[in-house]
Design a protein around this ligand. Structure first.
Ligand code: CDP
Length: 222
């Protein structure tokens, strides 16, 4: 049987570049499935915290992933039947997620989970290494950036809306540290994939970014 090509749009970029919101909207406009790969790293982190697993114990973390009982329902994320959509977005989870993301066997286990999201009629996947490692044959690759001040403001607003209290200066430091960790790790570091469309969203609103990606998709398809 000839395997049919399932199109994937990858949207990678640093924290608070807008990839999550943009990727969900692009997926819904095209009727595609959606993968929030960062949520998987966050779920592993939360599960480790809940189970008192040390965040530098690669072997225990891999065992945890093999038993991970999670579910994505629309925009909601569940861990062991509990809605953790907001909880996985707190700063403790964010910072630790980028620490466990450096481990080879963790990335290997999560890779197996991520590729299964590729289903008809297509997939929009967001993260750090979607275009470089997980879906290197993606139909369209996007890399979003925005200046650090803008990203800090966006993340601050998001966290406040979710009821978390953080200081803008702490947040800026966390974002910078996370950027450095994500860009400098040995495995699948955050970088713009070859042939990706680079989009600086500092001065763009969500709709402008979504429309630009849809235009690139339609142009390439026709
Ligand atoms: O939403 P935000 O960009 O802040 O983070 P996220 O996409 O939820 O990812 C959380 C962390 O998981 C990142 O800082 C990365 O260290 C890690 N991650 C990764 O290594 N590879 C991915 N494909 C996605 C996330």
């Amino acid at each position: 049987m000839i395997k049919k090509y399932i199109p994937v749009i990858t949207i990678d970029g640093p924290t608070a570049s807008g990839k999550g919101t943009v990727a969900q909207l692009v997926a819904s406009k095209l009727g595609f499935h959606y993968l929030d790969s960062g949520a998987l790293y966050r779920l592993v982190t939360l599960s480790a915290i809940n189970n008192n697993v040390q965040l530098d114990n690669e072997l225990e973390l891999v065992i945890l992933i093999k038993k991970l009982n999670y579910n994505f329902l629309g925009k909601e994320v569940y861990l062991n039947g509990v809605n953790v959509t907001t909880l996985i977005r707190n700063e403790k989870v964010s910072n630790n997620a980028s620490k466990i993301a450096k481990f080879k066997n963790i990335r290997k286990e999560l890779f197996k989970i991520q590729v299964k999201f590729r289903k008809f009629p297509g997939l929009v996947a967001d993260g750090r290494d979607m275009g470089t490692t997980v879906f290197p044959d993606a139909f369209l690759k996007i890399f979003l950036t925005a200046d650090i001040k803008q990203r800090t403001k966006r993340r601050y607003k998001q966290l406040m809306q979710k009821g978390f209290s953080v200081s803008m200066s702490d947040l800026l430091i966390n974002l910078i540290k996370r950027d450095i960790r994500d860009k400098t790790r040995n495995l699948s570091p955050l970088k713009c994939p070859e042939q990706a469309h680079l989009l600086n969203t500092s001065k763009m609103n969500i709709n402008q970014v979504v429309n630009q990606i849809l235009d690139w998709y339609k142009y390439k398809k026709n």
